[in-house]
Design a protein around this ligand. Sequence first.
Ligand SMILES: [Zn+2]
Length: 357
Amino acid sequence: MKAAVIREHGGPETVRIEQVSEPEAKPGEVVVEVRAAALNHLDLWVIEGRPGTKHTYPHVVGSDAAGVIAAMGPDVRDRSVGEEVVVNPGLSCGACEFCARGEQSECVDFGLLGLSRPGTFAERVAVPAGNVCPKPAHLSFEEAAALPLAHLTAWRMLTTRADLRPGETVLIHGIGGGVALAALQIASLLGARAIATSSSDEKLEQAARLGAAHAIDYSRTKDVAAEARRITGGRGVDVALDTAGAATWPIDIASVRRGGRVVICGVTTGPTAETDLRAVYWNQISLMGSTMGSREDFRSLLETVSATRLKPVMDRVFPLDQARDALERMAKGEQMGKIVLGVSGSIRGRLSQEEIA
Ligand SMILES: [Zn+2]
């Protein structure tokens, strides 16, 4: 079968389209015929290579996918060949204390499709049967593929972790990113008010269209925390949602109200930040980390997406053959929304968001 693979680490230019061996459905697994696969920044990190990760080459990259079940291994129940599914890329051992609690993303052996086993930028991918859920009926395969990693991450951050309530205010940094955009959509669904930040007028306009109550241009606003406080009448935001790390963490601490919550899932601007601990204890701030989500988070996300007919924000769809171009677009940060690969002949040529809508 055809797949986008790496044989060495580097930039998007190291990604090649090659014929690789077919995946096999081992006991408890299904093989999904991939109709669409979505890009995440994680793919660039996998391609660059993280210390301590070892791959079998050629390594198939990609974490997000939607498709059709093509084969089932022994011991798979409640699924059927031909079923349209969306793939949860989080991999867990199923045996540790944290898996037993149903907290799969806290698993001692937590991994991801495309990182710890062959990924989704391929015509077919084998995954544990517990990692597939029925595709929401109102979504195309391209839209469904765009959901898992970004929306699951944002969903767990705002619901399971930060327990965002209707009427609360949430500060969301860097609104062009996949998780930030997903968080903006989910915050609106939950009846919360979002304050979005970006340095791009275009991205801030898009944030307003998606329901952001306020937008802060951090290229022009020197003190984002002071602006967030001004917007909230001096009180501070209830929740700060951070995917950026070093650059935004001090802003989070200075922006949240007394008893507020800071939730973080990534460090795109760096892993080390200073914390004014006086503010943490005096203002009684809760600091929370979050990674991906549990199977229950994924199930409840998809249920909510179906009930509210939420659609992810789509940037562009490329054919699988142009995976390298798609990754280069993401590396440049040009996108607004999810970049998706059309696989299995479902997409010919490049389609814009309007064309696939
Ligand atoms: Zn486990």
